[in-house]
Design a binder for this molecule. Structure first.
Ligand code: ADP
Ligand code: MG
Length: 505
C-alpha cells in the first residue's frame, strides 16, 4: 500500500530522517514507534506531502509517486490526522469537512448534501458524529473522530494517525481502537504513530521502530514484546518496572482532616477526606479520573480559593488551610500539575523564564537590596542546572517552551519543582504524554526525592504507574477515600472494584 525507500530529510543541521525505508501492507494496522524526536512525524508528513524529502522515494501500490502537497496525497487516497486538530471551532462538522475539501465554493445546498453523505460515512464506520454539531461543543474524542471522518469523506484508503491517543481517556482509547479495527476490517490501511508500547501491542499488526532518524527494526507485533520494542526504541535495556528499596518513612509531614471541596457549581467534589503523608514515603491516589483527585491536589497546592475548601490541612504541625499557593511554596510544597499547558508552563516564554516561574521573586532569580533586580546570571545558572539534571532536550535556555516535545516540557516542570527543593511534593499525572525513556527517568527522580526524605503525594490515571511507585495506595471514588491497599500485594481487580464504588469483602 505504502512504501518509503531511503527517505532522507534534514531541517537545518538536524537529520530528522536518515534513509528511512519500510513497507505498509494493505488492510493492516501498522504502528510506528519511537521516542520523541525519532523522526516518526517527519516520515509520515513526507508521505502526506506536508514536507518534501531531500532524497528517497515514496511508492503507493508499488508505484513511485510524486507527493508534493497534501493535495497530491489526498488524490492518491491518503489521509492524515495530525497531533493538533485542524478544525475551525465555531463551524459545524459538515462545514469543516466540506470547506476543507472545496475551499470557498460550498453553498448551503452543497452543505446539506454533504451532511447526508457525512452521516452515511459516520454510520458505516460507527463514528457517531452529528454533521450539524458545532465543533466547540464536541469533546476532544469526538473532534478526533471528525478528523477521521474528514479523511474518510475524501475517500482515503490509507489513514495516517499521529499520536491519536495522546488526548484520549482510557475509555475513549478503547472505543477508538474498536473504530480502527472496524476500519481495517472494511479494507482500510492504517498507520498509527505512537510511543506507547501497550497500544502497539493492543492494536497493530506490524511495527516499525525508529530511533534518531533511522529505522532500527521492522517486526510483526505477534512476534515481539514490550521489552524488545523498548530496547529498540531507546537503544538500551529499559526498566519497564520501577525498582525501589522499601520506604523508610519518618514523621507525618502533612495531614488532612475532613477536607471537603465544592466546585464552582456548588457540587461536592471531595467529601471529608482524611489522611496523612509522612516524610520519605510515596502515597498514591488511584481512581477513575473526575472523582475528585484533581480538586484535592489543587486544594493542597493552594490553587482553590478558601471559600470552596473546608476541613483542615496541617503541614509540619501548622494549619495551612488558608494559605495561598505562594505561601505554601515558601514552606516547601511543590506541585507538578496535571495539565502542563494550563497550569505548568507559559508556552511562549523561554525555558529560562519557565524555570523561574513561581519563584521569580526570590533567589536565584533576583538580586540587590529587597530583591528588585533580575539576576540574569543566577537565572541562567539555575536554568542550566535544571536542563542538565533533568535531561531536557534541547538544553537551550532561550528556546520557547512551545518548541519542546511533551516529554521534555514535563521534564522541565519536574526539574523546576524538584530542585526548589520541596519537603512535600504533589505530583499529578507525571508521565502523561511522555515517552518511555523519559518515564523511566521521571520515576527514578520521584523515588530519589522520596529517598531524600521528601513526602510525595502522587495521582495517576495509569494504574500500573501508581501501583508501582507508591508505598501506600489510597483509592478515591466519588470524592471519598474508598480504601487503602498495600501496593505490593493488591491486585488490579481489588483496586478496580474500589475505584467503581464496590466494597472490599
Ligand atoms: P517524532 O515525531 O518521532 O517525535 P519528529 O519527526 O517530529 O519526531 O522530529 C524529528 C527531528 O526533526 C527532531 O529533532 C525535531 O526537532 C526535528 N524537526 C521536526 N520538524 C521540524 C521542523 N519543522 N523544523 C525544524 N526541525 C524539525
Ligand atoms: Mg511526532
Amino acid at each position: 500500500m505504502l512504501e518509503l525507500r531511503n527517505i532522507t530529510k534534514t531541517f537545518g543541521d538536524v537529520l530528522a530522517n536518515d534513509r528511512v525505508s519500510f513497507k505498509v501492507e494493505p488492510g493492516t494496522i501498522h504502528a510506528i514507534v519511537g521516542e520523541n524526536g525519532a523522526g516518526k512525524s517527519t516520515a509520515m508528513r513526507i508521505a502526506y506531502g506536508f514536507y518534501t524529502a531531500d532524497s528517497g522515494e515514496i511508492l503507493i501500490d508499488g508505484q513511485v509517486r510524486e507527493i508534493r502537497t497534501p493535495h497530491d496525497a489526498i488524490a492518491l487516497g491518503i489521509g492524515m490526522v495530525h497531533q493538533h486538530f485542524m478544525l475551525v471551532e465555531p463551524m459545524t462538522v459538515a462545514e469543516n469537512i466540506v470547506l476543507g475539501a472545496e475551499p470557498g465554493s460550498a453553498t448551503s445546498l452543497d452543505l446539506r448534501k454533504a451532511a447526508d453523505e457525512i452521516r452515511k460515512v459516520s454510520d458505516e464506520f460507527k463514528l457517531s458524529v452529528d454533521p450539524n454539531a458545532t465543533i466547540e461543543t464536541l469533546s476532544v474524542g469526538q473532534q478526533q473522530r471528525v478528523e477521521l471522518l474528514k479523511a474518510l469523506y475524501r475517500r482515503a484508503q490509507l489513514l495516517i494517525l499521529d499520536e491519536p491517543t495522546a488526548v484520549l481517556t482510557p475509555q475513549e482509547v478503547e472505543e477508538f481502537f474498536a473504530i480502527l479495527r472496524g476500519m481495517r476490517d472494511q479494507g482500510k490501511t492504517i498507520v498509527i504513530i505512537t510511543h506507547k508500547l501497550s497500544e502497539v501491542l493492543a492494536i497493530s499488526d506490524n511495527v516499525t521502530v525508529m530511533r534518531d532518524g533511522r529505522v532500527v527494526g521492522n517486526v510483526k507485533t505477534s512476534e515481539t514484546s514490550a521489552a524488545e520494542l523498548a530496547r529498540m526504541m531507546v537503544g538500551r535495556e529499559v526498566l519497564l518496572r520501577v525498582e525501589k528499596p522499601d520506604a523508610k518513612p519518618g514523621a507525618a509531614l502533612i495531614s488532612l482532616r475532613d477536607v471537603s471541596i465544592v466546585g464552582r457549581d456548588g457540587t461536592k467534589r471531595v467529601d471529608k477526606v482524611s489522611f496523612e503523608v509522612r516524610a520519605g514515603e510515596i502515597v498514591g491516589i488511584a481512581g477513575v479520573e473526575g472523582n475528585g483527585q484533581t480538586e484535592l491536589m489543587e486544594a493542597l497546592a493552594g490553587l482553590i480559593p478558601g471559600a470552596y475548601v473546608s476541613g483542615s490541612i496541617n503541614f509540619e504541625g501548622r494549619d495551612i488551610t488558608r494559605l495561598d499557593a505562594r505561601a505554601r511554596k515558601e514552606l516547601g510544597i511543590a506541585h507538578v500539575p496535571e495539565d502542563r499547558h494550563r497550569r505548568g508552563l507559559l508556552l511562549d516564554f523561554s525555558l529560562a523564564e519557565n524555570t523561574i516561574l513561581g519563584v521569580h521573586y526570590r533567589k536565584p532569580a533576583v538580586m540587590g537590596p529587597g530583591g528588585i533586580l533580575l539576576d540574569q546570571k543566577g537565572i541562567q545558572r539555575r536554568t542550566e542546572q535544571v536542563l542538565r539534571d533533568f535531561d531536557v532536550r534541547p538544553p537551550s535556555p532561550d528556546l520557547p517552551a512551545r518548541a519542546l516535545s511533551g516529554g521534555n516540557q514535563q521534564k522541565l516542570i519536574i526539574g523546576r519543582e524538584f530542585e526548589l527543593p520541596p519537603k512535600f511534593l504533589l505530583v499529578s499525572q507525571p508521565t502523561r504524554g511522555v515517552d518511555i525513556g523519559a518515564i523511566e527517568f521521571i520515576h527514578q527522580k520521584i523515588v530519589a526525592m522520596r529517598d531524600a526524605g521528601c513526602a510525595v503525594l502522587l495521582v495517576s490515571a495509569e494504574l500500573e504507574e501508581v501501583t508501582a511507585l507508591s508505598d501506600r495506595l489510597l483509592v478515591i471514588h466519588n470524592g471519598k477515600i474508598a480504601g487503602e491497599v498495600d501496593p505490593k500485594v493488591t491486585t488490579n481487580e481489588e483496586i478496580g472494584l474500589m475505584m467503581t464504588g464496590g466494597r472490599r469483602s
